[in-house]
Design a protein around this ligand. Structure first.
Ligand code: SF4
Ligand code: SF4
Length: 165
């Protein structure tokens, strides 16, 4: 899952990730035999299926996968390594918050973002009263900023959150 890595490099959705290259990269790992890329159009379906014809990454596709780094973007995808959990003394469920962040900005799926946060106590969010973030994310994310950003979801009325899946 999450083979498309959040679909965009940036939260403004101006820099799309090469979907075909991302899928090939994931399937190129000898330990990965199945992928579950989501699609909502026939074009996306055809693109995904075309990968099965040739799994080898082209030179251009390899370059595309390095674009984020070249442009200085961290991306939207948190690899859920959980290293941050032990670094936050206030017990914030950072991986879940950042998964929700990816749903909001990458997939524009508010329902999935809200669902991910269902089990997280958002009433009193520790990051809002924490002066200094002690978390050193393995992917270099501004954890405090992202957590506070996505936590605004709790102010969106339930009836506005429509599941388009
Ligand atoms: S350390 Fe960074 S990449 Fe790892 S789970 Fe925490 S936020 Fe995600
Ligand atoms: S700002 Fe950082 S250290 Fe403080 S509560 Fe949030 S994640 Fe934890």
């Amino acid at each position: 899952m999450k083979t498309q890595a959040g679909v965009y490099w940036d939260k403004e959705r101006q820099k799309p990730i090469n979907m075909k290259a991302a899928l090939k990269w994931a399937l190129g790992n000898e330990n990965v035999h199945t992928a579950i890329p989501g699609f909502t159009t026939f074009d996306q379906l055809e693109l995904d299926l075309s990968v099965m014809g040739d799994l080898a990454l082209t030179v251009d596709e390899r370059k595309d996968l390095e674009q984020g780094e070249d442009m200085g973007y961290r991306g939207l995808f948190c690899d859920q390594c959980s290293v941050c959990m032990a670094q936050c003394g206030r017990g914030v469920d950072i991986p879940t918050m950042l998964r929700s962040y990816m749903y909001v900005y990458g997939y524009r799926n508010l329902a999935a973002a809200r669902e991910a946060l269902d089990g997280v106590e958002l009433g009193r969010l520790a990051c809002e009263s924490c002066d200094r973030c002690t978390v050193n994310c393995t992917m270099g994310f501004d954890v405090r900023g992202r957590v506070r950003d996505v936590a605004r979801i709790r102010h969106v009325p339930e009836e506005f959150v429509v599941d388009h899946r």
